[in-house]
Design a protein around this ligand. Structure first.
Ligand SMILES: CC(C)(COP(=O)(O)OP(=O)(O)OC[C@H]1O[C@@H](n2cnc3c(N)ncnc32)[C@H](O)[C@@H]1OP(=O)(O)O)[C@@H](O)C(=O)NCCC(=O)NCCS
Length: 213
């Protein structure tokens, strides 16, 4: 049986599983290219951040999916840099010693810089942002994404937030369809992911809470 729950702390093994899942599912993402050790540090820090909601879907000890949402993304990154910046930079540096990884990170940053209209600053505005959402390919289309979004909505409601922003690349068709299924309102496109067009969605917390699980 699957269990969906909020995590306020991650063990090393849980953080590693989340990092692995992130890498397997979001293959071309910028953070993916910073490597598993970096992602592990990042998710451990996010779990204990009071401004972040980390939800996991678990089968026993195995993590089948997760969502990560920040109330104020710039502040979350600032806290992460202050608390774990040195360790995370060292973890990323090990990966970036590989020329292919370094090249991919530089290409992504360059593409994001020359991208059209909205760019990173607007996508990561002061509304709550869905930082990531991943379901193990073997577990997709079983409602785990929907269940985790409902749990995320409960946390947002507890924090008096009414909307959530989600940005996803054009190539992530399942995510685009998923957000539409949730009743998200599309608010245009940008090049925030640096790999082509990205869709920006606004999702109303009330809509998520009203949805059938
Ligand atoms: C997007 C994602 C999280 C959806 O998770 P999921 O657990 O499979 O989603 P659900 O089973 O809750 O699906 C809910 C509905 O969304 C829509 N949907 C989900 N995946 C879809 C797909 N591949 N194609 C078309 N519609 C899809 C359907 O309407 C679905 O309802 P249905 O199965 O009754 O038709 C998952 O596909 C994933 O991990 N994708 C890769 C990672 C990613 O792109 N994350 C977003 C990063 S910003």
């Amino acid at each position: 049986m699957v269990m969906v729950q909020r995590m306020n702390h991650l063990t090393a093994s849980e953080a590693r599983q989340i990092a692995d899942l992130h890498k397997r599912v979001i293959r071309e993402g910028f953070l993916t290219h910073l490597g598993i050790p970096f992602l592990t540090q990042m998710y451990r820090a996010f779990a204990v951040d009071p401004g972040v909601c980390l939800i996991v879907a678990q089968h026993g000890d195995r993590i089948a999916g997760f969502t990560c949402t920040a109330i104020d993304l710039p502040q979350t990154y600032r806290r992460f840099m202050l608390k774990r910046g040195v360790a995370a930079a060292a973890a990323a540096a090990r990966t970036l010693l590989k020329p292919a990884s370094l090249r991919r990170v530089i290409e992504t940053l360059r593409a994001a810089r020359v991208g059209d209209n909205t760019k990173v600053a607007e996508a990561q505005d002061r509304q709550p942002v869905l930082m990531n959402l991943c379901v193990d390919p073997a577990e997709q289309r079983k409602g785990l994404g929907r269940m985790m979004m409902k749990e995320t909505a409960l946390w947002l409601a507890e924090n008096a937030k009414e909307v959530l922003v989600a940005v996803t690349g054009e190539s992530q068709r399942p995510a685009v369809e998923f957000y539409r299924h949730l009743g998200a309102i599309e608010q245009g496109t940008s090049n925030v992911h640096g790999d082509g067009r990205s869709h920006r969605f606004i999702i109303r917390v009330a809509t998520l809470l009203d949805a059938q699980s």
